[in-house]
Write a protein that binds this ligand. Structure first.
Ligand SMILES: Nc1nc2c(c(=O)[nH]1)N[C@H]1C(S)=C(S)[C@@H](COP(=O)(O)O)O[C@H]1N2
Ligand SMILES: [Mo]
Length: 340
């Protein structure tokens, strides 16, 4: 199938409401439960929220496959149902990888495994990327587009757990979270989990598009002044949020408790807490993870300091990759407190 055909998205009847960028989030200090209730789950929709008419919605599956398919929601539901507990984290500003927006939630998603659906239509061996399309369109900051398209390396799909998700926390998806169907890519930044999914296509090259090959690609320093390279915003780097204490909280210095959530594409091995703005670090306790969930960390200790200080938390994953203290999508979280 030609690339020209691949670039033309099929679209169900839909409208945008609102038709401007839609963001919703709770303060991190309110994220006190392991599973984030759906109403508290953050929402990020670049162009606004698409409202889909289920009656004419289909999931088109085409590109490098033996048999094109047009699946109804019932067809998708007829595949084995998989549940995945997973953190979903926004990658932050699509053109600025130096800011951590601390925008994350943890939920139980259910749906069909994308790898099983692709096997059912016969995937061509040349496939290296799976493209995913949605009909939302409009303007976002200074950019505009007629639809949303992302791509995933086939290796991630083959690992399993990439869902065509129709449920979150035991209920059908809400419109803001992608009704009737969304992609859920555990371990990858939220931008890849395409909401209002209407088409997936198998291809042997990356999907050209505003959100795939233009925005959401981080510069990587080139060693010897060669051609600048860019890396797609895919796997989630080690990250963490401090749920407690809150900004400006007064804490007794002899009994300091710091807790929150930590996660990465792979499991987090250690979390360190600093009570003196990064001069010294102590280990926190870290719970194990369930599938791709976030992990709770907790630190109980004391400080010789009294007065204003900054609490910082940094996580390290099982590969030894540690959160940086500045200028990154996963910059360590800092909270200013007063020790009394
Ligand atoms: N179709 C479509 N899918 C999308 C987006 C979008 O704007 N349009 N935003 C992405 C981004 S940047 C994030 S962080 C997640 C947020 O998912 P949520 O709103 O369900 O939390 O959806 C992703 N999927
Ligand atoms: Mo995002």
């Amino acid at each position: 199938m030609s690339s020209d055909h691949l670039a033309e998205p099929w679209q169900p009847t839909s409208y945008m409401d609102p038709d401007t960028t839609f963001r919703h989030r709770r303060p991190v200090h309110d994220l006190i439960t392991t599973i984030t209730p759906t109403d508290d789950h953050f929402v990020l929709s670049h162009f606004g929220n698409a409202r889909i008419n289920l009656a004419d919605w289909r999931l088109e599956v085409d590109g490098l496959v033996d048999r094109d398919a047009r699946l109804t929601l019932e067809d998708v539901r007829s595949f084995p149902r998989h549940e995945v507990q997973s953190v979903l984290q926004c990658g932050g500003f699509p053109d600025d990888p130096r800011i951590n927006t601390h925008n994350a939630s943890n939920a139980i998603w259910a749906g069909a495994d994308l790898a099983e659906v692709l096997d059912s239509v016969g995937l061509d061996r040349r496939t290296s990327f799976i493209w995913s399309f949605a009909p939302d369109h409009g303007t976002y900051a200074s950019w505009s587009a007629d639809y949303y398209v992302k791509d995933l390396p086939i290796e991630r799909v083959r690992e399993g757990g990439v869902l065509l998700a129709y449920e979150v926390n035991g209920e059908p998806l809400t419109p803001e979270h992608g009704f009737p169907l969304r992609l859920l890519v555990p371990g990858f930044y939220g931008t890849n989990s395409v909401k209002w999914l209407c088409r997936i296509a198998a291809a042997d090259h990356r999907a050209p598009g505003l959100f795939s090959t233009e925005l959401y690609n981080d510069p990587i320093p080139s060693p010897s002044g060669g051609m600048p390279q860019r890396k797609p915003v895919w796997a989630v780097a080690p990250d963490s949020i401090i749920v407690s204490p809150r900004q400006h909280e007064r804490i007794t210095h002899t009994s300091v408790s710091v807790w929150g959530w930590t996660w990465a594409a792979d499991e987090i091995a250690t979390v360190e807490v600093s009570l003196d703005d990064g001069r010294s670090w102590q280990r926190a306790d870290v719970a194990g993870r369930v599938q791709h969930s976030w992990q709770r960390f907790e630190f109980l200790g004391s400080s010789e300091l009294v007065g204003k200080t900054v609490v910082i938390v940094r996580a390290t994953d099982i590969h030894g990759t540690r959160q940086p203290l500045e200028d990154a999508r996963n910059t360590a979280h800092r909270i200013g407190v007063v020790l009394t």
